[in-house]
Design a protein around this ligand. Sequence first.
Ligand SMILES: *[C@@H]1O[C@H](CO)[C@@H](O)[C@H](O)[C@H]1NC(C)=O
Ligand SMILES: *[C@@H]1O[C@H](CO)[C@@H](O)[C@H](O)[C@H]1NC(C)=O
Ligand SMILES: *[C@@H]1O[C@H](CO)[C@@H](O)[C@H](O)[C@H]1NC(C)=O
Ligand SMILES: *[C@@H]1O[C@H](CO)[C@@H](O)[C@H](O)[C@H]1NC(C)=O
Ligand SMILES: *[C@@H]1O[C@H](CO)[C@@H](O)[C@H](O)[C@H]1NC(C)=O
Ligand SMILES: *[C@@H]1O[C@H](CO)[C@@H](O)[C@H](O)[C@H]1NC(C)=O
Ligand SMILES: *[C@@H]1O[C@H](CO)[C@@H](O)[C@H](O)[C@H]1NC(C)=O
Ligand SMILES: *[C@@H]1O[C@H](CO)[C@@H](O)[C@H](O)[C@H]1NC(C)=O
Ligand SMILES: *[C@@H]1O[C@H](CO)[C@@H](O)[C@H](O)[C@H]1NC(C)=O
Ligand SMILES: *[C@@H]1O[C@H](CO)[C@@H](O)[C@H](O)[C@H]1NC(C)=O
Ligand SMILES: *[C@@H]1O[C@H](CO)[C@@H](O)[C@H](O)[C@H]1NC(C)=O
Ligand SMILES: *[C@@H]1O[C@H](CO)[C@@H](O)[C@H](O)[C@H]1NC(C)=O
Length: 497
Amino acid sequence: MDVRVVLLILATTITATGSQQISASRNPLPVGSNVTLFSQDHVKTGTWISDNTLIVFIAPGNVNIPDSWKDRATFNSTTSSLTITSVTLEDSGEYTLQAFSPNNFIHQLTLSVQVPISNVSLTASATDLVEFNDTAVLTCSVLNGTSLSYVWMKGSSEMAAGARVQLSNGGATLTIVGVTRYDEGSYRCNVSNGVSDAISPPVHLNIYYGPSNTTMTVTPMRSAYITGSNITLSCSAESKPPAGVQWMFNGVNLNHFGQELQLEMVAENKSGNYQCILHNTVTSRFTSESGMIRILTPIAAVVVNPTGGPPILHEQYMLHCEVTGYVENIQWSRNGQPMTADNTTVIDMTNRTLLLKPVQLSDNGDYRCEASSPVSNMTSHPYTVEVNYGPMTPVIAAPSMALTGQMVTLNCSSDSHPPSHISWYFNGSLQATTSELVIGPLTFNMSGQYTCMAHNNITGKNSSADTMLTLLAPVTMASIKIVGAQPIMNHTFHSEL
Ligand SMILES: *[C@@H]1O[C@H](CO)[C@@H](O)[C@H](O)[C@H]1NC(C)=O
Ligand SMILES: *[C@@H]1O[C@H](CO)[C@@H](O)[C@H](O)[C@H]1NC(C)=O
Ligand SMILES: *[C@@H]1O[C@H](CO)[C@@H](O)[C@H](O)[C@H]1NC(C)=O
Ligand SMILES: *[C@@H]1O[C@H](CO)[C@@H](O)[C@H](O)[C@H]1NC(C)=O
Ligand SMILES: *[C@@H]1O[C@H](CO)[C@@H](O)[C@H](O)[C@H]1NC(C)=O
Ligand SMILES: *[C@@H]1O[C@H](CO)[C@@H](O)[C@H](O)[C@H]1NC(C)=O
Ligand SMILES: *[C@@H]1O[C@H](CO)[C@@H](O)[C@H](O)[C@H]1NC(C)=O
Ligand SMILES: *[C@@H]1O[C@H](CO)[C@@H](O)[C@H](O)[C@H]1NC(C)=O
Ligand SMILES: *[C@@H]1O[C@H](CO)[C@@H](O)[C@H](O)[C@H]1NC(C)=O
Ligand SMILES: *[C@@H]1O[C@H](CO)[C@@H](O)[C@H](O)[C@H]1NC(C)=O
Ligand SMILES: *[C@@H]1O[C@H](CO)[C@@H](O)[C@H](O)[C@H]1NC(C)=O
Ligand SMILES: *[C@@H]1O[C@H](CO)[C@@H](O)[C@H](O)[C@H]1NC(C)=O
C-alpha cells in the first residue's frame, strides 16, 4: 500500500494534539544550516511529513526515507528525531510527526528558514532640507535577507510613527512630512529577522531654518541717550545657516551689514527708528526687528527771567524759565521749597511760566527753576522777587501851631517799596522833594494847609496827606510859663501868663 494513502487516512482520523511536543534545535534558522526536530514522545510506527511530503516512514526495524530527502534527512530511531542538513528557504513550513504506536498522536511544528541579512544601506531622497517646506524620505534596503522587520533610529533613540513620521513599504521607508529643525540628526535603520540583524550606516539630515525669533538688543539700554553717547545695536535670530543682517535708519538703507551696528558719538539727528533685516539665503526667508532710539541734547543753561513788568502787590506777575537744551519737566522752587500750583499760583509747563495771580507780600523770595530731561538736569541761579507796593497813606509828623519867627520841621513818611519820592506842597506850589520840610523864620502867610505827596515810581501810585499849621504872634511883654509838655493837637494846652 502506498504510504501516502495510509497517511491521508490517518490524518483525517487523528487530530493534532499540539505542537509543543516537537522542538527544533534552532528555529528560525539560517539557510544552509542543519536542524534537528526532537519529539518528546517515542515513535515506533509513524511518519515525519513536511507540507504533505513524506520525509521519513517509521516502522519497527524499518526506517524509509524517500529519494528526494535521502541526501539531507536522517532519522534517529533512539530519539525519534529528524535532522535536515543544509536547509533552504523552501524548507520553511509545517512539520508533522504522526505516530501510530506506541501511541496515536500528531505533533506539529512550523519551521522558518531565513536568509541572514547582509549589506544594509540607507538612502535619502535629499539630505539638505528646508524647514516646513520639505519632506524627508529615507529608504532602508538590504542585499540579502528575508522576513525583515525594521526599527528606525534617530541618534540613539528609537523613532515612533506619528502624524508627521510615516512608515511604508513594510517599514523600509520612513517619510517625515514638513521637516522641522528638530528633525535634524543622524538616522539609521536597524533591520532584523529571526536569524540576524544589522544596522545601516547613518545618514545625516541637515535642516535649514529661520530666521525666526529675531531680537534686537541695544547696549546700553536707555529710554534716551545724551548726545555724544556710543550705542551698540545688535540683532540676532535663530537661523541655519546664520542670517545676513542689513540695517535701515528711518526707512533708509544704511549699507551696513553685520549683526552689530555701532553708533559713535551720536548727535541729535541720529534719533529715530532703527531696523535690522535678516535674510537666510538658503530658506529665502526674511525677518526684521526695529527699535526707536532717542538722542537728546543735555540742558546747557537754565535762567529765570521776569516777563512783563515788576511784581506789584495785588497785580499779576510772571516768571519764565528759559532752558537751553532738551527739557521735559521743570520744577519751580521758592526759598528752596518746591512750589505747587494753588489758587494764586499758576504753573504752565508748556510755556514754562510761573504766574502769581495776584501777587502777595508772601511771594517775596528767591525763585529757582530746575529743568530736567531723561539725560540731564540743571537748576537756575536764584532770581530774587521783591514785591512792590505802596505808597500807603503818608504819616506826617509836624506841629499844628507855631510862633511867627520860629523855624519848624515837617516830616512825612509813607510805607512803600521801593521807598516813595516825597514832595511837599503849600497852596499848590512845590516846597520840597524831601521827606523833611523845614520852614521859617515863620510869617503869618505861612500858616495853612501843607500837603505831603508820596510817589512810588514802580507802582506808579501816589498817596497824599495834609497838615494844618497855625501861626501865633509871640507875646513880647509877658513871659510864658509852660506847664507840662509841648502842645499836642486836640489836647488842651495850658499856659500861665
Ligand atoms: C551539517 O551536517 C553535515 C553532515 O553532518 C556537516 O558536514 C556540516 O558541517 C553541518 N553543517 C553545519 C553548519 O553544522
Ligand atoms: C541518536 O541519538 C542518540 C542520543 O543523542 C545518540 O546517542 C545516537 O548516537 C544517535 N544515533 C545516531 C545513529 O546518530
Ligand atoms: C556587501 O558587504 C560586504 C562586506 O560588508 C562587501 O564586501 C560587499 O562588497 C557588499 N556587497 C555589495 C553588493 O555592496
Ligand atoms: C545572498 O543569498 C543567496 C542565497 O539566498 C546567496 O547565494 C548569496 O551568496 C547571498 N549573498 C550574500 C552577499 O550574502
Ligand atoms: C523663541 O525664543 C523663546 C525664548 O528664548 C523660546 O521660548 C521659543 O521657543 C523660541 N521660539 C522658537 C520658534 O524657537
Ligand atoms: C565712544 O567711542 C569713541 C570712539 O571709539 C571713543 O573715543 C569715546 O571715548 C567713546 N565714548 C564713550 C562715552 O564711551
Ligand atoms: C516654501 O513654501 C512656500 C509656500 O509653499 C513657498 O512660498 C516658498 O517659496 C517655499 N520656500 C522654499 C525655500 O522652497
Ligand atoms: C485760596 O485758597 C485758600 C484755601 O484753599 C483760601 O483760604 C484763600 O482765600 C484763597 N485765596 C484766593 C485769593 O482765592
Ligand atoms: C502759552 O503762551 C501762549 C502765548 O505766549 C498762550 O497763547 C498760551 O495760551 C499759553 N499756554 C498756556 C497753556 O497757557
Ligand atoms: C540730576 O542729575 C544728577 C547728575 O547729573 C543726578 O545725580 C540727579 O539724580 C539728577 N536729579 C534728578 C531729579 O534727575
Ligand atoms: C525811580 O526812582 C529812582 C530814584 O530816583 C531811580 O533811580 C529809578 O531809575 C526810578 N525808576 C523808574 C522806573 O523811573
Ligand atoms: C483833631 O480834632 C479835629 C476835630 O475834632 C479832627 O478833625 C482831627 O482829625 C483831629 N486831629 C487829630 C490828629 O486827632
